[in-house]
Ligand binder design. Structure first.
Ligand SMILES: C[S@@+](CC[C@H](N)C(=O)[O-])C[C@H]1O[C@@H](n2cnc3c(N)ncnc32)[C@H](O)[C@@H]1O
Length: 450
């Protein structure tokens, strides 16, 4: 690969004897991997689970077919091996309130949701609207029930959530040197000054992030770049500027300590970790974990959002639940227009925020009926449903293409909603009308399986 000349000079100086191996790693095959989704009870069946990633409990080396049941049902999430270590370092505890500040397309958010296991609250935020839509798709497919998705600037979030979160992940926009290998186009933005320009933005984001941490709260900072300006030097600045202490990170084989000598020499920086592609089977990452030792912003008393359903809406939802689902009792509900969502009882008032999803989208009220959402179908375990129907791969292909299809069962199916199951995974809702399953797969997600 033709790396920028100044990039080579810079890393020749920084890495010395290791530089050649580092440059050669850009000519090696890309490392593919995926995580399995612990929120789904059944294991994926179309991927190879014989090569586990040592540093990620749900990680496996290998490729996922984007047009497979495993992918469409959210049973797997493609993620390169070094990016997987970010979620593993964060490892939020169940019940925590967690913010993923730079979240799209959702690799780390889905990983955080795996740890939270439908407890606590995950606020998954993306500043770019187009990317925020992809984030919604990926989180809904993953089936996380406790996630609010926002499309906000860090500055605006800071005003709504002072001192609020137990953990914040800043997977920062960066110069992306670790992407050059997979996507050589990423090189076109690079010049010698680019890392320092990115560092200005990273400091801005972090200034807002630390103010949203509760005392004792954790800040995880990561980049997919090798540039010390965006890695060690950012951590040095954070330690100088704020009451933060480093939390040591376990270094698996091939991972190395961050380099204090590439910043101001503060030895605490070595608690952070570097994943270099010539030493480790992955594209490369920098990860640091810090803890806030004293309050920066005293949390103001947060006014929480309130349930706002009309009596008719409540009745329609209760009827839907009693006919269709055995085990699902969201504590709070909220209507946005005619759409019904779960609402975490700790959710602060949402006025003034660009909300993509206040919680799990349950469905839509349409005149005198309730239509369940695709997101709900993917968030409920088949075992918790009253009515499911097994479909084969041909019927699945018809479903994801947007077609109706027939089902033949020993005793005829009753009228109404069914969760459709293929390879033991929930893949959506269908409505049975005389043996024909009407299709409710969202139009924007349809695809054809060749
Ligand atoms: C490295 S990517 C995040 C990848 C994501 N965490 C994942 O694992 O899928 C960084 C994200 O930061 C967003 N971003 C760009 N400028 C930002 C800013 N000023 N504040 C917050 N986020 C920003 C980008 O749109 C991008 O989606």
């Amino acid at each position: 690969m033709q790396l920028p000349e100044q990039f080579k000079l810079k890393y020749q100086q920084l890495l010395g004897a290791q530089a050649t191996a580092f440059f050669n790693s850009f000519d090696q095959p890309v490392n593919h991997a995926f995580r399995i989704n612990p929120l789904k009870q059944a294991l994926p069946t179309e991927v190879d689970l014989s090569h586990p990633v040592p540093h990620c409990q749900w990680g496996y080396y290998g490729k996922v077919n984007g047009k497979s049941v495993d992918h469409q049902s959210g049973a797997v999430y493609s993620q390169e091996p070094s990016a997987m270590y970010v979620g593993e370092v964060a490892a939020p505890k169940t019940g925590m309130k967690v913010l993923d500040l730079c979240a799209a397309p959702g690799g780390k958010s889905t990983h955080l949701a795996s740890f939270l296991a439908n407890t606590g609250l995950l606020v998954s935020n993306e500043i770019n609207h187009k990317r925020a839509k992809v984030l919604v798709e990926n989180l809904e497919r993953f089936g996380a029930q406790n996630t609010m998705i926002l499309n906000e600037t860090p500055q605006n979030l800071r005003k709504h959530f002072p001192g609020y979160f137990d953990q914040i992940l800043v997977d920062a926009p960066c110069s992306g040197e670790g992407m050059f290998h997979k996507d050589p186009d990423a090189m076109q933005y690079w010049n010698l000054d680019y890392p320092s320009e990115c560092a200005v933005r990273q400091r801005e984001i972090l200034r807002d992030a630390v103010q949203m941490l509760t005392p004792g709260g954790e800040l995880v900072y990561s980049t997919c770049t090798f540039a010390p300006e965006e890695d060690e030097q950012i951590i040095a600045w954070l330690l100088d500027e704020y009451p933060l202490e480093m939390v040591p990170i376990k270094k698996y084989d091939g991972m190395v300590a961050a380099k204090p000598e590439w910043a101001n020499g503060n030895p605490a920086i070595a608690n952070a970790v570097r994943l270099f592609p010539h030493l480790f089977k992955g594209e490369g990452h920098f990860i640091a974990k810090l803890r806030l030792t004293q309050a920066i912003k005293s949390p103001k008393k947060v006014k929480v959002e309130r349930r706002n359903l009309s009596r008719d809406q409540q009745q329609l939802w209760d009827d839907f639940i009693s006919t269709n689902i055995d085990q699902f009792t969201p504590t709070e509900l909220i209507c946005f227009g005619d759409q019904l969502y779960t609402l975490n009882p700790k959710t602060p008032q949402l006025k003034g925020l660009k909300v993509m999803r206040p919680g799990l989208l349950l469905g839509t009220f349409k005149k005198k009926r309730f239509e369940p959402s695709y997101a709900l179908a993917l968030a409920i375990q088949p075992q918790a449903m009253k009515k499911t129907v097994q479909i084969d791969h041909h019927q699945w292909a018809a479903y994801v293409h947007g077609d109706t299809f027939q089902v033949v069962t020993q005793s005829p199916l009753t009228k109404g909603w069914y969760q459709l199951i293929c390879n033991q995974q929930a893949i959506g809702f269908g409505k049975n009308v005389n043996g024909t399953i009407k299709n409710f797969f969202p139009k924007g997600l349809r695809f054809s399986v060749k």
